[in-house]
Structure formats: structure tokens, C-alpha cells
Design a protein around this ligand. Structure first.
Ligand code: UDP
Ligand code: MG
Length: 331
């Protein structure tokens, strides 16, 4: 049914029977919301009409998530259920679903109904060009308000998006999650990026093209609880920052310059003391050596950081440029 999956990222062969729309949702211990999710997404897809599929990825759940989705896939030819070997985390589970889905347009959505699937027709219209600016490559949900989330979650999320904006040079929209509609072209570009530590919303922003926000209110979870404890949130933030910024790596360079200057100051100061015979014997050489060596070490570390940062960027192996359109030229 699907091309053989022999890696994390599987390129999907062009398939003439491609559905017009895929809905992809990663699910981790979501037994309490799955029925409702399928009902609401199903209703939206029925209203839109055309061919579609719903790809559910079970990210190593320990509850009845898999049983429910497997039964749904048996009963409804539109549903595709995918089970991962173990818990890979939200972003990789989503990547698995994205590499298996076959639609011309792909809706990425959480299974917990925090993001209303009923926005899909508006997203489709924006993608068709209802804003009068030509069709969009990406329509991303941008949260106007977040209901039913703790103050802590909202505050850390706000701080996270501000930090990301400061340290990265990609324009990653604030207050937008992975809830978005993307074209097949954008998805194929996304899947061509081989990096393991994926920050998908940032990678989609990095692809560019015409990306349009759709403002919405984020709801409380329909049932169950957040699968993002603090530890996962911190790891997610670290992945996001290191995938899009070498600022932390460069920080040692800044510290190095400051330390080198301070060290040089110490060196001069101890030399003056020595010339004026005001130093304890032995103090001068120790202070001078410490100051200079300490400063130089940090500086050298900083330089290594600068090279390593570029090497790291290169080793990600992303495409150098991506063509959106070509007009004219050989037919
Ligand atoms: N999820 C997943 N694997 C994980 C954690 C979460 O597939 O290890 C899924 C989860 O089932 C949900 C989505 O990712 O569909 C977002 O997770 P959650 O709603 O718990 O995060 P929050 O909205 O609280 O940030
Ligand atoms: Mg959620």
C-alpha cells in the first residue's frame, strides 16, 4: 500500500490516486479524545467533499489509543492508522505521519481538539487565494487566545516564542503551533530536511513561500491531559534554538573577548606593580599568566565555536535554495 519504509524519512512516490486532502494527527495516550476527534474531523471532511484521508500516528501509547485507531481504520477506508515502535515524541511522530500521508494538501493538527478542525474550510479558502494575494503555500493557525491552559504554560510559551524570535534569523511566527495547512510542495521540501531534532513549525517557516496566518482561539483539551511535561518542553525549546541559531555557540566568543580584555588588564596591572616593586614575590607571574591564559583559552574556544557552528549548519545538509516558480525558459 505504501512505499517501503526503511528510514525515518520516506519519500512518497507520486501517486495518481493521491487524495486531495490529508489530515495528520500524532496521538500519545489519547484514548479519551480519539472518537470525538474522528467524529469532528470526519464531519468537516464530509462538508468539504472530495477525496481525503485521516492519518493517525500512535506514538507508543500505553492506553487503548492503538486499539481505537486500528478499529477506526478497519471501519472507515478514509482512516490510516500508523503505530510507532515506541514513543518518539510529538515532532517525530508527526514526521512519521507526514511521510506516509499522500494528500495534495495536508492539515497538521493535534489529536486533543485544542485546535478546531472546523477551521479547515477557512484554511482551504486562504490557500486558494481568498485573501486576494494569490494562493498560499502555508496557512498557519495563530493563537489569539489560549483557553484552559495554565498560567505557567501560557507564560512559558510566551517567553519561548519571544526568545526564539530574538536568537534566530528565521521569521518564526509567534504564538503559532504546528496546526497548519500546507501544500504537497512544502511538505516534500520539509521531508527533504534530514535533521533529527526537528522543530517543524520553524522548518516550515524557513521554507518560505507565501505563508498566511489564520487567527483563532485555542480551546482547552477535549479530554485527557497535556503530554508535554516541563522536561519535554525544555527539550523542545533546546531543539528549536539549536536548530535555528548558533547564538549560544557564539556566546563563548563574546565571553572570550571580555575575558581576554580583563586578562590583559590584569597582566598590565601586575606588570606595573612589579615595576614599582609593590608586588609580593611570585604574585606577578601567576596573575599575569592566569589572566592571559584564561582570556586566550576562552577566546580560542569561541573561535572553535564559530567554526563548529558553521560546520553544524553545513552538516544539516538543507537545500541551498528552493525554486517556487519558473516563468519562460525551455518548454
Ligand atoms: N504527542 C505525541 N507524542 C508525545 C507527546 C505528545 O504524539 O510524546 C501528541 C499528543 O497526543 C497531541 C499532540 O502531540 O496530539 C500535542 O500534545 P499535547 O496536547 O499534550 O501538548 P500541549 O497542547 O499541551 O502543548
Ligand atoms: Mg494539546
Amino acid at each position: 500500500m505504501f512505499p517501503a519504509a526503511d528510514g525515518l524519512l520516506v519519500a512518497v512516490m507520486t501517486d495518481p490516486s493521491r487524495p486531495a486532502l490529508s489530515v495528520v494527527a500524532p496521538c500519545y495516550n489519547e484514548q479519551d479524545v480519539l472518537h470525538e476527534f474522528l467524529r469532528r474531523v470526519g464531519a468537516v471532511l464530509d462538508a468539504i467533499g472530495g477525496t481525503s484521508e485521516i492519518v493517525l500516528v500512535d506514538d507508543g501509547s500505553r492506553d487503548r489509543t492503538w486499539e481505537i485507531m486500528a478499529a477506526a481504520a478497519t471501519a472507515d477506508p478514509r482512516v490510516v492508522a500508523v503505530r510507532l515502535m515506541r514513543n518518539h515524541g510529538h515532532q517525530l511522530a508527526l514526521t512519521a505521519g507526514l511521510s506516509i500521508c499522500r494528500g495534495e494538501r495536508i492539515l497538521i493538527i493535534d489529536a486533543d481538539l485544542q485546535d478546531p478542525p472546523e477551521l479547515l474550510p477557512d484554511m482551504m479558502a486562504l490557500m486558494d487565494g481568498s485573501d486576494g494575494k494569490g494562493g498560499a503555500d502555508v496557512v498557519y493557525g495563530q493563537r489569539r487566545q489560549r483557553h484552559g491552559e495554565s498560567l505557567f504554560k501560557r507564560a512559558t510559551a510566551a517567553a519561548f516564542y519571544r526568545l526564539i524570535d530574538r536568537v534566530t534569523d528565521v521569521d518564526i511566527p509567534a504564538d503559532a503551533g504546528d496546526f497548519r495547512l500546507v501544500t504537497r510542495r512544502v511538505l516534500d521540501l520539509l521531508l527533504a530536511m534530514p535533521e533529527r531534532h526537528r522543530f517543524i513549525r520553524g522548518m516550515v517557516a524557513w521554507i518560505g513561500g507565501h505563508q498566511v496566518p489564520l487567527l483563532y482561539d485555542r480551546h482547552a483539551r477535549a479530554a485527557g491531559e497535556s503530554k508535554y511535561p516541563l522536561k519535554k518542553m525544555i527539550r523542545f525549546a533546546a531543539d528549536a534554538i539549536t536548530a535555528f541559531s548558533v547564538v549560544p555557540l557564539m556566546a563563548s566568543m563574546t565571553i572570550g573577548w571580555i575575558m581576554a580584555l580583563v586578562g590583559f588588564g590584569f597582566f598590565v596591572y601586575s606588570m606595573i606593580g612589579w615595576l614599582m616593586n609593590a608586588n609580593l614575590p611570585g604574585w606577578t607571574s601567576i596573575m599575569a599568566a592566569m589572566g592571559l591564559l584564561g582570556g586566550m583559552q576562552f577566546l580560542m574556544l569561541g573561535i572553535i565555536g564559530a567554526y563548529l557552528g558553521r560546520l553544524y549548519d553545513q552538516s544539516k545538509g538543507r537545500p541551498l535554495f528552493m525554486i517556487r516558480d519558473i516563468v519562460g525558459g525551455p518548454k
